[in-house]
Design a protein around this ligand. Structure first.
Ligand code: GLA
Length: 726
């Protein structure tokens, strides 16, 4: 609900409230947290300090002077009295860079506001969703900011996005336009960010917020392996189950900045949006600019509840298309089985065995096109290599389909190899700067998606590949960070727009292909998980989580990813041992038990397994088909997290609460082990639950006494299913 009374906007979800006040013509953030039953008078809750020295007095009410520098601001601008980190700054034709927005008016309407060209969470008929648009304006410069908010009541989430409008007759350059700025009247937070690198993505880091600014960011043109556009501010005592947690996530796939600034008066300013580095967005008179969306979640029951709120919203109202709601096929991917060294028969051999064990989809990875036999050449020339595949993709797909499997293909559509026909025909189609040698990454260049003809070309590649109906799954890869980001078109003024326009071009293509080919399942990928973000998830319901397929490593990666993103979004494959990334040998059972919670796949030559392991795979797939609904639509409780413990234990509860699955994984066996118990959560106290062995427990017993952690051996894993009985 959104209400406006006594100069206060009250945005409320079922369990949270967000208050914005109007004071001295400014928008003040008054509160975000647990739902309020009543809203006090603004004078009672305004965190105001009059006349602090060195905070210039830009507000004067009834002779009392104060400063926006000391207020908890809602969308601060650069250049006037608030001298903390601004959310917005622009340069005007007179060369000055001062903006001062004042409150103008507001509108409230049912449903969700629009952000043209950008992915966002959406409302469906019947959802209790409403939107607020607050207009602020700088009359001196003729610029307006429309602050858009949407309240997802039953999802307990609030979204924000800003539209900047140049209503003057002159041009202006936006230098920074963040999506979120929110000031908390408290500074005693810990900050959690998800950091890493290739093959070790999204490990949560928790550190006290100290004086100054802590931020994560990307300048790689992708969200990156290194940092993710997510962070949480949590109380010192907050853990998985207890305490307050605020989560912020940007629905965007390019350069971002996300952080928090702690000021001298114990105010914390959290901010998030497009990275201002090399961002200069020229607006002609009458033009407007939309920022990407940020999702805000508040939990009063720890980090776990914050994650569950994100998960449900993302599963149901961020992911889109038919695959959002159906079980996706168990796949086999040939990458770690063959790398570039394959031919039609080898692929079919893998497919046949996979089929016999229950796999449903055969995915052909990199190396099927041009003359590509290694990590160089042919990107852009999406023509089958007939030496490897004499019958082309169509012929192979036909043979795979004859096995009663569907067929999927890897592509890296945003790339071009220097040694490719595409590059020879269009040498200026890549991102580059005239006179500078473009830096290669994995021997390849990035196509300039700001150019319409390049966007059209990529669409035509998909039309060629997908219109025949041979392909029912696409793995969309992107294997480098961007450098020398410039475009051969548009002249000097276009250059500050390239990073963002690239992402708009990317979304245009993703939107086109997913709308035109709704029966094709797309999986996002970027050297593993360098683009694991809400922008991609809007179009593609699953993302390859990491190139690291080791079971133990994956426990950490999937744990960190689950802080914000649901398991239903995580591509998770069982691979060979010794593992190709860390050379560790883990049992087949452990590998399967780790992958079963995500989108299960296999990435090895199943023909090389002994009978025992093959039987284990067959059983895993059978279990997955029976249980994936609980993993992918149920609630996750992280009973024991892998960081700081010798085990990871997750509990999933089905939506109807009738099925409970406990997945436990031991990292390292302990001799003469301590007796640790974990207590199950959110069960019905009075109900009875029966496990696979027929043993019956009461909900109270499982929640009060818990279950014992079995540390007896390295890599011991267990999936226990409890069904509610009457
Ligand atoms: C990336 C992907 C891998 C694989 C290779 C192929 O690294 O993450 O899964 O597809 O590219 O080159």
């Amino acid at each position: 609900m959104i209400a406006f009374k006594n100069s206060i906007f009250h945005l409320s979800t079922d369990n949270t409230s967000y208050l914005i006040g109007i004071f001295g013509g400014q928008l003040i953030n008054l509160y975000y947290g647990k739902r309020l039953n009543s809203v006090p008078e603004i004078s009672d809750i305004l965190p105001i300090d009059y006349s602090r020295i060195f905070s210039p007095n830009d507000i004067n009410i009834d002779g009392k002077k104060c400063s926006t520098d000391n207020l908890t601001m809602e969308y601060p601008t650069f250049g006037s009295a608030d001298l903390r980190t601004p959310a917005f700054s622009a340069t005007y034709t007179d060369g000055t860079a001062v903006t001062r927005f004042e409150y103008e008016d507001y509108e409230i309407h049912k449903g969700k506001y629009d952000i043209p060209g950008l992915p966002s969470v959406y409302a469906e008929d019947g959802d209790r969703v409403s939107s607020l648009c607050i207009t602020m304006s700088d009359k001196v410069k003729g610029v307006e900011a429309k602050l858009n908010y949407a309240v997802f009541e039953e999802y307990d989430a609030i979204t924000r996005s800003v539209e900047i409008i140049n209503s003057s007759n002159s041009v202006m350059d936006i230098d920074k336009a963040l999506s979120l700025s929110i000031d908390f009247r408290c500074a005693d937070f810990d900050m959690i960010t998800l950091n890493g690198a290739w093959a070790r993505e999204r490990l949560p880091e928790r550190s006290p917020l100290s004086y100054g600014t802590k931020q994560v960011e990307s300048m790689r043109g992708i969200t990156s392996h290194h940092e993710n556009p997510f962070f949480a501010l949590v109380d010192k005592n907050t853990d998985e189950f207890v305490g307050e947690a605020y989560g912020f996530n940007l629905i965007y796939s390019g350069n971002f900045v996300a952080g928090a600034q702690r000021d001298a008066y114990n105010v914390t300013r959290a901010f998030m949006g497009i990275n201002p580095q090399n961002f200069k967005w020229r607006l002609e008179g009458g033009e407007h600019f939309n920022t990407p969306e940020v999702v805000l979640v508040y939990s009063d029951c720890g980090i776990g509840k914050m994650s569950r709120t994100f998960h449900k919203l993302y599963r149901e109202r961020l992911c889109s298309g038919k695959f959002r709601d159906i079980r996706r096929p168990v796949l086999i991917n040939n990458w770690e089985a063959t790398y570039f060294d394959f031919n039609e028969e080898k692929i079919l051999e893998i497919a046949r065995t996979a089929k016999s064990l229950g796999v449903e989809l055969m995915v052909l990875d990199d190396g099927w096109f041009g003359t590509r036999n290694g990590e160089s050449g042919s990107l852009g020339d999406w023509v089958p290599n007939t030496q490897k595949l004499p019958n082309g993709i169509t012929g192979l797909a036909k043979k795979v389909r004859a096995l009663d499997m569907s067929f999927g293909l890897w592509v890296e559509p945003e790339m071009v190899s220097p040694d490719s026909d595409l590059n020879r025909a269009h040498p200026d189609w890549c991102l580059h700067i005239e006179g500078r040698e473009p830096t290669l990454g994995r021997n390849q260049l990035v196509l300039d998606l700001t150019r319409n003809e390049v966007v059209d070309y990529i669409k035509s590649v998909f039309d060629r590949l997908l219109s025949g109906g041979d392909i029912s799954y696409v793995k969309w890869d992107m294997n480098r960070s961007m450098t020398e980001v410039g475009s051969a078109v548009g002249g000097p003024q276009a250059q500050g727009k390239v990073y963002h326009r690239y992402i708009l071009g990317l979304y245009e293509i993703m939107n086109y292909v997913t709308e035109k080919y709704p029966d094709v399942l797309f999986e996002g990928c970027s050297g593993g998980g360098a683009r694991f973000d809400g922008g991609i998830l809007h179009y593609f319901p699953q993302i390859w989580t990491s190139d690291d397929t080791d079971a133990l490593e994956r426990l950490y990666i999937q744990y960190g990813t689950s802080i914000c993103y649901p398991y239903s979004a995580m591509g998770a494959h069982v691979s060979a041992v010794p593992n190709h990334q860390v050379y560790r040998t883990t049992p087949m059972k452990m590998r399967g038990d780790v992958s079963i919670c995500g989108q299960l796949g296999y990435e090895l030559d199943l023909n090389k397994l002994d009978d025992q392991d093959k039987e284990c795979v067959r059983k895993q797939i059978e279990d997955y088909k029976a249980l994936s609904d609980v993993f992918h639509t149920g609630d996750l409780y992280r009973l024991m997290v892998p960081v700081g413990n010798n085990a990871a234990i997750n509990e999933f509860i089905s939506e109807d609460k009738n099925t409970v699955i406990v997945c436990s994984y031991i990292m390292k066996g302990i001799p003469n082990a301590p007796r640790d118990y974990v207590k199950l959560r959110a069960l019905d106290k009075k109900a009875k639950y029966k496990d696979q062995n027929g043993k019956v427990y009461t909900g109270e017993q499982l929640m009060s006494f818990g279950i014992k952690v079995d540390y007896t051996a390295d890599y011991r894993s267990n999936i226990t299913v409890y069904n509610k009985v009457n």
